[in-house]
Design a protein around this ligand. Sequence first.
Ligand SMILES: Nc1ncnc2c1ncn2[C@@H]1O[C@H](COP(=O)(O)OP(=O)(O)OP(=O)(O)O)[C@@H](O)[C@H]1O
Ligand SMILES: [Mg+2]
Length: 529
Amino acid sequence: MSAPPAILQPAMDRAFAGLTQARDAFAPQLSPREVGVVTNVSTGIATVSGLPNVGFEELIRFPSGLLGIAFNLDQDEIGVVLLGDYQHLQAGDEVERTGRVMDVAVGDALLGRVVDPLGNPLDGKGAIGAEKRLPVERPAPHIMDRAPVTVPLQTGLMAVDALIPIGRGQRELILGDRQTGKTAIAIDTILNQRGQNVVCVYCAIGQRASAVAKAVANLEKEGAMEYTVAVVVEGNDAPGLVYVTPYAATSIAEYFMEKGRDVLIVYDDLIQHARAYRELSLLLRRPPGREAFPGDIFYIHSRMLERSTHLSKDRGGGSLTALPIIETEAQDISAYIPTNLISITDGQIYLSPTLFELGILPAIDVGKSVSRVGGAAQRAAYRAVAGNLKLAYSQFEELETFAKFGTRLDDATRKTIDHGQRIRACLKQPESQPVSMVEQIAVLLALSADLFDEVPLEKMTGAEQSLRKAATGIPVDVVERLTTAGKLSDDDRKAILDVATKALASFQPQAQPKPAAKPAVKPRSMSAS
Ligand SMILES: Nc1ncnc2c1ncn2[C@@H]1O[C@H](COP(=O)(O)OP(=O)(O)OP(=O)(O)O)[C@@H](O)[C@H]1O
Ligand SMILES: [Mg+2]
């Protein structure tokens, strides 16, 4: 073979020089990979040995992609909480560190979707192209980054908005026995956020699948899924998955809050979360405390609820309002978990099974419910009537018990009872029918001006409906002043009462025509004839 033409020589030299350079630059890097071995598998828990450098809450990868969180770090072994189906795991399986903590996909793409805490869609609408991932455990905003609660979060439920007002950034506990309408209050609040520029996150923890399906279908039907994300974990999922769900949902909500949006998150319900955590702790052989819950159960709930707040202007001014739900047993609100949550939150709405049975829905027990910060955020028009209303209502509730015994009542007592019955009739509200603020104020003002007092009880529903319909006739400028903060001026009050008086005129009993003067009857003589 002849020598290569001189023209090829420099090209070949250049190519070889490049290769030589690359070869010289290559230094083989040994990357150590810690591999451990599963020594024991129990319900939702695995013990692993041989991962000496693993960090607390680090994710561990098991065969077939199953993940777990390193929870107990002991000298020889670590206890791992499994995040999914673990039937295939066996002692001797190899595990690997991942070097990261658990995170969740967040972003606008999640709106309208139903996902599990790992971000997998459950609604069959295809993959979710999330913007970024956030760790599920994040520190709560610092004190200096927080602002006072100043804007109301209207629930559309008259009993709540008037008597137990909730502000954006507040945490209000909803508690009551099973089947008392807890979920209904939360879902109604989500429905009422339509057009209010509030993003909602509904986090269903260990609920019956049928109950979750009903809630999501309801949201879908009313067009509320557009601004809502549902994060769902079922009761038969691994307890580890149940445990991380509310944290993951909070991170999803925080993404929107940090963008300056107002966000509402519903945790339905936290007793299931506490039970899952108790199960994990007992399996990990942590010492049980009161009601067999581990000692740090208070901390795990407060850590989560402290993330709900109203951020200061410098941090974008967003807010995260939390409505945690707790199911009580036999109306015992002083059980361990309910008292914990009552002390962590800024108030509670208590639902009474007795009221529920009487058909007084929503079954809110006004006496046992309170809102500790919402009053400051309440619209001025509510404040003008709410004080009297609460007082009149509690007086009525006290007297009502007496009236049941058929005691003969004096006029003042009868009047208090009649007024109270009308307040109760107005506060009754069917499910999924939020009432707008203007309608609420028209009804409340009419109540406080005693306009309903003469209306017969059986006509109350009709009277209220007619007044609410008439509320659309309230002048636009008055409505505008109602929706902005400020005082309810006398003129505005009069304008609203005029509308109310007209609307209720046909429900008032007709003025009785005066009876014709009867001929005087001669009194019978008492004396014996
Ligand atoms: N305001 C209302 N008007 C009429 N029905 C209502 C109202 N609120 C709730 N309900 C009905 O009461 C039942 C129980 O409501 P819901 O499921 O919200 O209660 P819950 O306390 O969340 O129950 P669970 O303990 O099972 O979670 C449902 O059938 C619901 O439709
Ligand atoms: Mg429920």
